[in-house]
Each structure stands twice: as structure tokens, then as C-alpha cells.
Design a protein around this ligand. Structure first.
Ligand code: F3S
Length: 81
């Protein structure tokens, strides 16, 4: 079942990032390592830049998800059915 979701993500083409603002503590790893995908607000909390994630940005997005100490970042497939 999990494999189906994975396949859907990739065939969908575009992925979207989400930051859980209840979890984000402003560590900044995301916007420092992937400034094309994330920005910071005035207090240093992460903001997802508008637009989807595709092509070469996908690896950076996956890395941001894995490297957030608060597990505040999610990467999800966009349902374009
Ligand atoms: Fe927040 Fe995690 Fe980025 S704590 S600033 S989403 S690295």
C-alpha cells in the first residue's frame, strides 16, 4: 500500500512542502540549506516559498524533511486527478 502512494507522488510530477508551525522552533536548517524552497519570517520560523517542488529541487526538499530537528516539514504529492 505504501508503495502505491510513493508511485503516485512521482507520477504526479509536482510535490508540495508544508511546515507545521506548531512544531517549527526556528532551527533554520531548511532555509539555510534550501533557500529556493524556504524563507524565514521575522522571528526565524520557516515559511514555504510558493510553488511546487519538482526536478532538482526534490532532493533538496527530501533533505530538508530529514534534517529538520523538529520533524516539522512534510513533503506530499499533489493530487492532480
Ligand atoms: Fe523550523 Fe525545522 Fe526549518 S525547526 S526553521 S522547519 S529546520
Amino acid at each position: 500500500m505504501e508503495d502505491d502512494r510513493e508511485t503516485q507522488k512521482h507520477s504526479g510530477g509536482t510535490l508540495r512542502l508544508f511546515v507545521d508551525h506548531d512544531k517549527c522552533q526556528g532551527h533554520g536548517r531548511c532555509y539555510i540549506s534550501a533557500p529556493a524552497l524556504f524563507d524565514a519570517d521575522e522571528e526565524g520560523f520557516a515559511i514555504v516559498r510558493p510553488g511546487g517542488v519538482d526536478g532538482p529541487l526534490e532532493a533538496a526538499a527530501q533533505s530538508a524533511v530529514l534534517n529538520c530537528p523538529q520533524a516539522a516539514i512534510r513533503l506530499e504529492g499533489e493530487d492532480s486527478a
